[in-house]
Design a protein around this ligand. Structure first.
Ligand SMILES: NC(=O)c1ccc[n+]([C@@H]2O[C@H](COP(=O)([O-])OP(=O)(O)OC[C@H]3O[C@@H](n4cnc5c(N)ncnc54)[C@H](OP(=O)(O)O)[C@@H]3O)[C@@H](O)[C@H]2O)c1
Length: 490
């Protein structure tokens, strides 16, 4: 008896399928990483014949796959793809889908992935219907459900979504994708911290002054305005991507590389973060909006939705007590860049003569998540032919230089392969989602209250409101250069 794998994509006519899922599955196929017997079944309400659907997907593959398009390979790949017109709210149609899947599966062990590439408002009903149609029962193979972020709009809705999912599925069947975690540089954080002996001894409050995390976008809200206006930067970027990066930087060493060991440590970080109380938001957070935001079609008149946020968290545990974690994210900023920077403490005493009122720059470790993926460490060096003049210099590692141009796969490729293999390390567990919302909710409440800091307006193409510089300006610190992009420059 052999094993068969089916990937059912709900919402197969949509943007995510065309731009990410199909190209990533094609890339996996080209690398010979798909199982021996597999198929993709797309489902949506739009009318497509199998061939028309394959053509629709082919365009996406040509444009977005990393592997070079090859007609022969494509036809081989496409022969495994079919389409079914259907509505996920319609139980009869789901039952018909189940029947057609079972026909192909026969008596073989049959594993299925249900990928929910649909609007979040449809998640609960779709999962419930999968349950009612008997499609998640793991009798002759596993059943896994992949959910895209956002996982809830706030703590209450996140709890409700988790509870609804758990009515039908075991937690081990749920794979919540945060594509940031599929990026090589993010995965490398664990290797960097725990496969090298040099950094862990100094990775704590004794040596680290503070940590900065930046996730900056150059794009504005564009055609997503009507969606974004009800969401804002805290829900769109901070609650998920940025908080995930924070948990990986701050986690204790997991005892093993197993998903649960890693996810336990990440959850512990969230539970140790000191919540920012609504009455403290003006002290610990900055919110901004780019000037032209309110002119965008789809944005409510006079909207106060923040397109920029900067905040400061403390983690109340032995490792991090007193170390500020500064985070910022925004749209229409000067550069598209995601970076984590660790600022080490300055030396306790400087014996070198320095101009009055100056100090050597602190050692800085910059982990550039995107673009220019790599890591650099800056330290003081003596300027040649001077008595003792010092300058900041860098040692750096760059992925492309070390591993070649094609070394970095699309995040979805890694994540889809992990779902097939059943490795949930890079997926977010229900408790971590809720713990993260427990930290974000009070900030959003504060921003809606009399305690709210002013909404600061900033120019598109800048690095956000200057108030964010004041948030970080203790001991003369500034926001990091961000993978070489000077703050204030481009
Ligand atoms: N696009 C991205 O880059 C991206 C990135 C991160 C997360 N996400 C998340 O991924 C999910 C999908 O996003 P998307 O951009 O692909 O959205 P999209 O382009 O609007 O696609 C939604 C899909 O859902 C289908 N659909 C809607 N109602 C349905 C129903 N009742 N039954 C069956 N199919 C139905 C639509 O097709 P029909 O109209 O033909 O039924 C369409 O194929 C969302 O949760 C989004 O938040 C997307």
């Amino acid at each position: 008896m052999s094993e068969k794998y089916t990937i059912v994509i709900f919402g197969a006519s949509g943007d995510l399928t065309r731009r990410k899922l199909a190209p990533s599955l094609y890339d996996l196929f080209r690398k010979g990483r798909m199982p021996e017997k597999w198929r993709i079944v797309g489902l949506a309400r739009s009318e497509f014949s199998d061939d028309a659907f394959r053509e629709h997907i082919e365009e996406g593959v040509k444009e977005f796959a990393k592997a070079k398009y090859d007609g022969k390979k494509w036809r081989e790949f496409a022969s495994n793809i079919t389409y079914l017109k259907g509505d996920i709210n319609n139980l009869e149609q789901l039952t018909a889908l189940d029947k057609s899947l079972a026909e192909w599966e026969g008596d073989d062990t049959a594993n299925r992935i249900y990928y929910l590439s649909i609007a979040p408002s449809l998640y609960e009903n779709t999962i419930a219907n999968l349950g009612k149609a008997g499609m998640v029962h793991e009798g002759n193979g596993w059943r896994r459900v992949v959910i895209e972020k956002p996982f809830g709009h706030d703590l209450v809705s996140a709890r409700q979504l988790n509870a609804a999912a758990h009515q039908v599925l075991a937690e081990s069947q749920i794979y919540r994708i945060d594509h940031y975690l599929g990026k090589e540089t993010v995965q490398n954080l664990l290797v960097f911290r725990f496969a090298n002996s040099l950094y862990e001894p100094v990775w704590n409050r004794n040596y680290i002054d503070h940590v900065q995390i930046t996730a900056a976008e150059t794009v504005d809200v564009g055609h997503r305005a009507s969606f974004y206006d009800g969401v804002g930067v805290m829900r769109d970027m901070i609650q998920n991507h940025v908080m995930q990066l924070l948990s990986l930087v701050a986690a204790e060493p997991p005892a093993s590389f197993h998903a649960e060991a890693i996810r336990n440590e990440k959850a512990k970080v969230f539970s140790a973060i000191r919540p920012i109380r609504p009455e403290d938001v003006a002290k610990c957070t900055v919110r901004g909006q780019y000037r032209k935001y309110r002119d965008t079609e789809g944005v409510a008149p006079g909207s106060n939705t923040p397109t920029y946020a900067a905040l400061r968290f403390f983690i109340d545990n032995w490792r991090w007590q007193g170390v500020p974690f500064y985070m910022r994210s925004g749209k229409a900023l000067a550069a598209k860049v995601t970076e984590i920077t660790i600022f080490f403490k300055r030396p306790p005493h400087v014996m070198f003569p320095m101009p009055e009122g100056t100090e050597p720059a602190p050692n800085r470790l910059s982990i550039c998540i995107q673009p220019d993926e790599g890591i650099s460490f800056s330290f003081q060096a003596k300027v040649p032919d001077t008595a003792a003049e010092m300058r900041d210099v860098e040692m750096s590692f760059n992925y492309e230089e070390s591993f070649g141009a094609l070394s970095i796969p699309e995040a979805y490729e890694r994540l889809l392969l992990d779902v097939i293999k059943g490795d949930a390390s890079l997926f977010t567990r229900s408790d971590a989602i809720e713990l993260s919302w427990e930290l974000i909710d009070p900030i959003l409440t504060g921003w809606d209250s009399k305690y709210a800091p002013p909404l600061n307006f900033y120019e598109s193409g800048s690095w956000g409101p200057p108030e964010a510089d004041q948030l970080i300006a203790h001991n003369g610190y500034k926001w990091s250069h961000c993978c070489g992009h000077e703050p204030g420059g481009d």
